[in-house]
Design a protein around this ligand. Structure first.
Ligand SMILES: [Zn+2]
Length: 342
């Protein structure tokens, strides 16, 4: 390593570390990302209640090999900010549907999205599950376009019910990517509208089945069918488990072929073929809720079967790479741009 490179790396980590300290509410500072609007609000309002352990949490900075590329190399997507958003979500603790921790995350997502100037629709509903009737919330960011038609992006933000499971990769990583995309896209206007969905209740409460899973995306797809809006969706790009240090993305074989090609060709053009593989694997996920209603969709999902920590308490922050988050963010951003030209 050259001296210049070492200094650059050191500076990068100092930045990430400072951002993390700010995000975890170090010394009781406001817990939001830096933003003039939120800073203003926070002086006028009592600070949001924080879990007691948060002020004491020291988040380890990511490893050197996982450094995010500078945002100007990834279409403006900031991998360090996305990493800090994963750390922030993990700091709330386990976040299953209906829990006090997910309620705090819901407040955080809303205030964060508003601070970017996003228009956010909230759908609070309840779902009958094998563990009882649970309150859930979907959020839908709506960025207007010039012509009829919608490009939908999405993630789930709940975590599986499991002791000591903080879901850094499943599903804080994809939620962080969507937050960062919202920050970039909310001030823009394209040919088509871009909507960004944050689903509650993707995880099964007991055993995965069609009735015990994907509560949030089934709810949103049903509502958009009733309103007729579902017909406007030209493509749905879903992300899930997208932050792993050694993540690899096989083509999700149940997705719509033309969209699989679009995303994986985009990744190849950007130089990410070592991560976006040409192998195939299939996954049941939130895209199914829309595909069943005729919406073309693609799931960008890391190879969770082989990552070694899926649905275990080892799915923690140390598994997450700012670089992987930046690559996935860049691919989704560029794929969205491609869809805007069609
Ligand atoms: Zn999961």
């Amino acid at each position: 390593m050259t001296k210049r490179r070492a200094i650059l790396l050191l500076a990068t980590f100092l930045c990430v570390f400072l951002l993390l300290l700010r995000l975890v509410g170090y010394k009781g500072k406001p817990v939001y990302l830096a933003s003039a609007k939120v800073a203003e609000e926070s002086t006028n309002r009592a600070p949001a209640p924080q879990p007691p352990f948060m002020s004491a949490v020291a988040v380890p900075p990511p490893q050197a090999a996982d450094a995010a590329p500078p945002p100007d190399k990834t279409g403006g997507f900031d991998g360090n900010r996305a990493y800090a958003q994963v750390a922030k979500q993990v700091s709330f603790g386990p976040r299953p549907s209906g829990s006090p921790a997910i309620a705090r995350l819901q407040d955080y997502l809303q205030s964060e999205l508003k601070s970017y100037g996003c228009t956010v629709e909230t759908d609070a509903f309840s779902a009958d599950t094998p563990v009882g009737r649970l309150p859930m919330k979907n959020f839908l960011v709506k960025i207007p376009g010039e012509k009829p038609g919608v490009i939908l992006l999405g993630t789930h933000y709940d975590t599986k019910i499991l002791d000591n499971f903080v879901g850094a990769d499943d599903a804080a990583s994809s939620t962080a990517v969507m937050l960062e995309l919202a920050r970039l896209l909310c001030p823009q206007h394209g040919k088509y509208a871009v909507w960004i969905a944050f689903f509650d209740g993707e995880e099964a409460m007991k055993a995965w089945s069609d009735s015990d899973s994907r509560y949030g995306s089934r709810q949103m797809a049903a509502r958009l069918s009733t309103s007729g809006d579902i017909k406007k969706i030209r493509a749905f790009l879903l992300a899930d488990i997208v932050g792993g240090r050694n993540a690899q993305f096989p083509r999700e074989s149940s997705s719509t072929p033309v969209l699989i090609d679009l995303v994986w060709n985009t990744a190849a053009k950007l130089g990410y073929s070592a991560i976006f593989l040409n192998t195939s694997a299939s996954a049941e996920d939130d895209h199914d809720s829309f595909m069943k209603r005729g919406v073309p969709a693609v799931d960008v999902i890391g190879d969770f079967v082989n990552n070694g920590y899926w649905h275990t308490p080892q799915d923690s922050l140390d598994k997450i790479s700012p670089q992987t988050l930046a690559i996935v963010g860049h691919v989704i951003l560029e794929s969205t741009k491609q869809l805007q030209t069609k």
